[in-house]
Design a protein. Sequence first.
Length: 222
Amino acid sequence: MISMPAASYTICNNNEFQTTLRGRHTVAVFLSTNTHASFWYDETVIETIVKLRLADQCYLEIITPLSGLRLPPPGTVIQVRWQWNQTLWQQNAYVERTDLSAQPVLSVVLEGDPQAQENRRTRRHALSLPVTFSTGPLGLKKISSETEDISVQGLRCQLEKPFPEQSPVAMTLTLRGAPLHLQGRVLRCVATQSGMTQVAIRFTQTDNADFKLLKSYLESLP
């Protein structure tokens, strides 16, 4: 099991620093504790939560379901990605150790500075699109809502009751009068002051015709 360093270290939160991007100064954001981050390995996007950040040392708790999942061995260089506001950030990291307990944690050493990625996939659109979730046995129970915002990666909406985090969901999104049948996974649920629950969902089945129609539409927007 990976032992975390003593608490006397300073934990980095959302620190910012000046960097140069395409000849102009901009503000970059360090990867910080409790941030949702991901990386690509063995043809799979692996989702994580930053459990602790101490200088260049970072502890990534794996939240992707473990069944059949392969984790990078020590010595592997991965590209860690996270989003801050509307910008996708990326930074190389060297896998130092892997804790293969019930809740695996990667100990990685971050290399270089975070780089802003100009990626249309991260652009969120404030669109109110009808969405219906199929739940219960055989998916017969329907729960209706509207998107608050949506991107090629996923959507946010509000529901009366939360879904279990990390649970798979089937949904039907209505786009320009046509139903699109999509699959996703619940990333997080946050209670709002109105008593509703804001639900963030990441799309998981990205190779079917309906998702490709949605992707084409979103990427055509200004």
